[in-house]
Design a protein around this ligand. Structure first.
Ligand code: NAD
Length: 262
């Protein structure tokens, strides 16, 4: 994994900006969970799953074609998520929220708004301690009915998978947004409003290729935000970002948090 590369003067600028910010918004993608050993889709297509592309597994068409295959792939991913722990990047974002919001009012003059928007479905931000989390793509730990969309908490285990919905007998599926599906409208509206209001917008561990999440950074730019990208690689956003803190989120974010709380 590459080492972080950015200058101390960029860090100092950013600290000053964060200390006077009114609304801080963070968008995360699969990259922030890579250091918790949850593979991004690109990296996940190894071993057992090497012969499938995400489009063959994470779409409604794929599920209709082969529900068992899709259910089993998600069962494998769910097991990875269950074993995973929040990494230093997740923990630093939980500290950032606590630092900026009312928890820190004892040491600060005013509270800053903080919203974490995630494309991840692993729930690791909440497990790290973040409270203001918008899940754009659902959560792999929830299950719903494929036909009716109703959330289902428990069902009879069956040898054949996917198990049947206890209400209608149709198939159960994970409560995640697949390619080609619409995002939960309330979460999406809240995310765009937050991006619009943000005076600092972080884009962390996301390739900026999956819409509509990829548009959030541009909404923030239009609203006048300082945009900070954290990623080991360049992305389509890099040229439009105010700062690039190049490196793995699990290394960059703790450096930022240490500098901020000094
Ligand atoms: P993505 O499009 O968000 O791309 C991953 C990005 O993370 C890349 O730009 C890569 O350079 C960067 N990255 C890799 N390691 C990093 C690190 N240590 N620190 C910071 N950045 C790092 O993700 P994708 O895999 O193409 O997935 C698309 C969609 O699939 C996601 O938006 C999500 O809904 C879903 N997904 C979720 C999870 C999860 O919940 N953990 C995992 C895979 C996919």
């Amino acid at each position: 994994m590459t080492e972080p590369t950015f200058s101390l003067s960029i860090l100092a600028d950013l600290i000053k900006i964060l200390q006077t910010a009114k609304n801080v918004v963070v968008l995360t993608g699969a990259g922030i969970s890579a250091e918790s050993n949850i593979p991004t889709f690109r990296d996940a297509q190894t071993g057992l799953w090497a012969k499938y592309s995400p489009e063959e597994l994470a779409t409604p068409q794929a599920f209709r074609r082969n529900p068992r295959l899709v259910w089993e792939w998600y069962a494998w991913r769910r097991a990875l998520v269950a074993q995973a722990q929040p990494n230093p990047g997740h923990l630093a974002l939980a500290q950032l929220e606590a630092y900026l919001t009312k928890d820190a009012l004892r040491t600060r003059h005013y509270a800053t708004g903080f919203t974490l928007i995630t494309q991840n479905v692993d729930g690791l931000h909440q497990r790290a301690g973040n409270r203001s989390v918008i899940e754009l793509h659902g959560n792999i730990n929830r299950t719903k009915c494929f036909d009716e969309g109703v959330i289902v908490d428990s069902w009879q285990p069956t040898e054949d998978v996917p198990p049947p919905c206890p209400y209608c007998g149709g198939y159960l599926r994970p409560d995640v947004v697949w390619f080609g599906e619409t995002l939960p409208p309330q979460a999406l509206a809240a995310a765009f409003e937050a991006a619009d209001q943000g005076d600092v917008f972080f884009s962390i561990g996301t390739s900026g290729l999956v819409q509509p999440a990829a548009s959030l950074a541009y909404q923030a730019i239009q609203g006048g935000a300082v945009v900070v990208e954290i990623n080991p690689d360049v992305t389509p956003l890099t040229n439009s970002a105010t700062y690039l803190l190049q490196g793995p989120a699990g290394q960059v974010l703790p450096i930022l948090m240490r500098a901020l709380s000094e």
